[in-house]
Write a protein that binds this ligand. Structure first.
Ligand code: PMP
Length: 389
């Protein structure tokens, strides 16, 4: 057997990032991501807290074993079986030609911007919104423009169309429910936006990011219904949230076949591994079970919002599996105090707010207890200060 010679134990040359000829726009940037801490109660990245059943986990393991038997071969580059299963899951008369899938909806979005953004083109988001949007734009060398939402964090057609006109946007990103606010943009408004764009900016692509759609009151009330009428509309989904499959990394979109073809041009060949495709197929075959806890989580999130309001917090009305609450003079201190008690939430969104995901009843009880303790301590500290003053 021929093996490359083992090199001697010299250390690789050391150099700092600052000394490397990095692209100028990347200088000083940090890798994206919430702190990944090992805590008893993780309510910071909007996951479904319920693990797959032993039966489903075994079926996933069997699928990996099957894929392993031919791991010497490249996987199906078009992931046709998986795209068919995703089309069947979505319904709305969609077929595999309408679906594109990738390594999380993060990659789906990157494909879209590689195809429709790029140098000299502008991607438009509506703040506050998902903090990866500017990064997708940066990574695809697109300009990123942002227009503020209305005061109640909602969008209407007038606001969106004015912003598109003002920024001469080429791609518009609308998350509904929006992260981090949890507010929705009704399908009727998306319809108005797409219709209006035909006059304002006919080539503009509209991406509706429905990452949390299954958590809304009426999940079937989706922008997917508009696809037959609007050729420039894309609906993005993910298996990371309601589908309880964040670890599997599988996002997808639905659109007219020409948009799928555009993504096929820019994707790396074999971007979805054989095991990724096979395991996702197993998850989809058990869709009812994977989504079993969605109703409970929806309920949990509404109760959470009610409880927070009862405690006197401001809460942004959310249709997702998380909500923004505040306002804190020093939100970092509150975040840290919760963490010290084993509860991890997210320090994100408008100044003074924190975001918390809906968890299991046990996790919610731990959150409520930790927040109550935090607020008591803060009040007590404030009183002690006054007494000494
Ligand atoms: N869109 C929104 C609005 C999100 O909140 C997230 C995850 N936080 C994503 C997309 C990306 O999800 P994933 O890459 O796991 O599919």
């Amino acid at each position: 057997m021929i093996r490359p010679e083992t090199p001697t134990a010299a250390q690789p040359a050391q150099i700092s990032l600052a000394e490397l000829p990095l692209r100028p726009e990347l200088v000083g940037q940090e890798p994206y991501g919430a702190p990944q801490l090992d805590v008893p109660v993780a309510l910071n990245v909007n996951e479904n807290p319920y693990a797959p059943s032993e039966k489903v986990a075994k079926a996933m393991a069997a699928a990996v074993q099957k894929a392993a038997a031919s791991m010497n071969r490249y996987p199906d580059r078009e992931a046709l079986g998986l795209r068919t299963a995703l089309a069947n899951y979505l319904g709305f008369g969609l077929g595999p030609e309408n679906i594109w899938a990738a390594n999380g909806s993060n990659e789906v979005m990157t494909h879209l911007l590689q195809a429709f953004g790029g140098p000299g083109r502008t991607v438009l988001g509506f703040s506050p919104t998902y903090s990866m949007y500017p990064e997708y734009a940066r990574n695809t060398l697109s300009n990123y423009a942002v227009a503020p939402r209305r005061e109640d964090h909602r969008l209407d057609a007038e606001l969106v169309l004015d912003a598109v006109r003002h920024h001469q946007a080429d791609v518009v990103l609308i998350a509904t429910p929006n992260n981090p606010t949890g507010t929705t943009t009704p399908v009727s408004i998306i319809d108005e936006i797409c219709t209006g764009l035909a006059e304002v900016r006919p080539d503009c692509i509209v991406v509706v990011d429905e990452a949390y759609q299954e958590f809304t009151e009426v999940p079937q009330d989706s922008a997917l219904a508009l696809l037959p009428r609007h050729q420039h509309l894309v609906v993005s989904r993910t298996m990371s949230k309601a589908f309880a499959y964040a670890g599997g990394r599988l996002g997808y979109l639905a659109a007219t076949p020409a948009i799928v073809d555009a993504c096929r041009i820019v994707r790396l060949p074999y971007h979805l591994s054989a095991s990724a495709q096979q395991v996702a197929l197993v998850a989809l075959a058990h869709a009812d079970e994977m989504l079993e806890k969605v109703d409970a989580l929806r309920q949990e999130c509404q109760e959470l919002q009610g409880w927070l309001r009862d405690q006197g917090f401001e809460v942004v009305p959310s249709q997702a599996n998380f909500c923004l609450f505040g306002r804190f003079e020093d939100r970092h201190a509150v975040w840290q105090s919760l963490l010290d008690q084993g509860v991890l939430v997210r320090e994100t969104g408008p100044e003074g707010y924190l975001r918390v995901s809906a968890g299991t009843p046990r996790e919610m009880a731990a959150f409520r207890e930790a927040l109550t303790t935090t607020m008591k301590t803060h009040r007590m500290k404030a009183q002690a200060k006054e007494a000494h003053a």
